[in-house]
Design a protein around this ligand. Structure first.
Ligand SMILES: Cc1ncc(COP(=O)(O)O)c(C=O)c1O
Length: 348
């Protein structure tokens, strides 16, 4: 009998449930470029309120939400400080340089930084004409390349306060802010509070098909609306997407805890396998490294594929897997067992 494929490559692979499709089908819509889509308006209000911000803007992707923030806060030639593994540096096709003329300066290690890292790289606006000013500091919470790791709240607040004192603007890439909030048991707004702007995604753990929002002050979001048009991200009857987002926030938010539990369970199943190092998951992303004599990540990924488990190579000797709405506890248990089997066989 064919084994069902268990797809753990990303939490973006989820498909809308029947109930979400019903919400999409019955969405009231209008032309959002004219500000006439009531469902988009409602989603923007709901998300802005959750994050404690004055306004929000629906955009097609997390990448666009981040890029609008960079554009709104800076001038071409400015420095933007961010973590070494930041999504804006690695996975946004060089947009910060190409679209906003920015230099990304990486600070800290493993996705996190301290006040001392900020001070070491910060450049004030000088009169010497030569140095680019450090205009914006970007955080990412949870941190994708760090394995869905969560910023410790005290550290986040300390670094944000130091940046504020230096006169910098603050942006949070909160594509998976929801996972951090659920894992910490705090309101979304508590994580969002120190930031001028926050981007969030509906199409990751929450399981909506499309959509991200940029949240922040009214004047910034007003400017972002114009840049959204410039970047080709203005939509028309986008209420069908917004309806999926509203549904996802009210039905799929609390269950993110199940994804976290499932990631921990897979980590547990792999914990005593020789020649791998599992990075203990804090949310829904699990990373493990393969040491010699284990085969490399591409080979392990392809062996797992033949057993019906899809994972993502994340560097030559690192594998990433992400738990989500479409893989329940039973499927994760099976995936964990199959991964364990492949690794134990490879170690023989
Ligand atoms: C931390 C982070 N930020 C932003 C994004 C971009 O989202 P999108 O793929 O919707 O552009 C992702 C996507 O995985 C992400 O992990």
């Amino acid at each position: 009998m064919m084994q069902a494929v268990i797809d753990l490559r990303s939490d973006t692979v989820t498909r809308p449930t029947a109930a979400m499709r019903a919400a999409i089908a019955s969405a009231e819509v209008g032309d959002d470029m004219f500000g006439e889509d009531p469902t988009v308006r409602r989603l923007e209000e709901v998300v802005a309120t959750r994050l404690g911000k004055a306004a929000a803007l629906l955009v097609p992707s997390g990448t666009m939400a981040n890029q609008l923030a960079l554009r709104c806060h800076t001038q071409p030639g400015d420095d933007v400080l961010c973590a070494d593994g930041a999504h804006i540096k690695w996975y946004e096709a060089g947009a910060a340089a190409a679209l906003a003329g920015l230099q990304l300066v990486t600070i800290g290690r493993g996705g996190f930084f301290h006040v001392s890292d900020l001070y070491a790289s910060y450049q004030p606006e000088r009169t010497d004409q030569a140095s680019p000013p450090s205009r914006l500091l970007c955080f990412e919470n949870t941190h994708n390349r760090g394995g869905g790791s969560i910023w410790p709240m005290q550290q986040l607040y300390e670094v944000a306060a130091a940046a504020r004192q230096l006169g910098m603007k603050l942006h949070l890439d909160g594509a998976r802010l929801w996972n951090a909030a659920v894992a910490l048991g705090v309101p979304d707004a508590e994580i969002a509070a120190p930031f001028d702007t926050v981007s969030v995604c509906l199409s990751k753990g929450l399981g909506a098909p499309v959509g991200s929002l940029l949240c922040g002050p009214i004047d910034t979001i007003h400017r972002a609306r114009r840049y959204r048009r410039m970047y080709g991200g203005s939509m028309r009857q986008a209420g069908i997407l917004a309806a999926a987002g509203i549904y996802a926030l009210s039905h799929h938010y609390q269950r993110l805890a199940e994804d976290h539990h499932n990631a921990r369970r897979i980590a547990e199943l792999l914990s005593d396998v020789r020649d791998i190092q599992v990075i203990a998951p804090q949310t829904n992303i699990l990373l493990f490294d393969l040491s010699l004599p284990m085969p490399d990540a591409a080979e392990v990924t392809s062996r797992l594929k033949t057993l019906g488990v899809l994972v993502a190579p994340f560097g030559p000797r690192r594998i990433r897997l992400v738990t989500h709405l479409d893989v329940d506890h039973h499927a994760c248990e099976q995936a964990g067992q199959r991964i364990r089997q492949v690794l134990c066989d490879a170690a023989l």
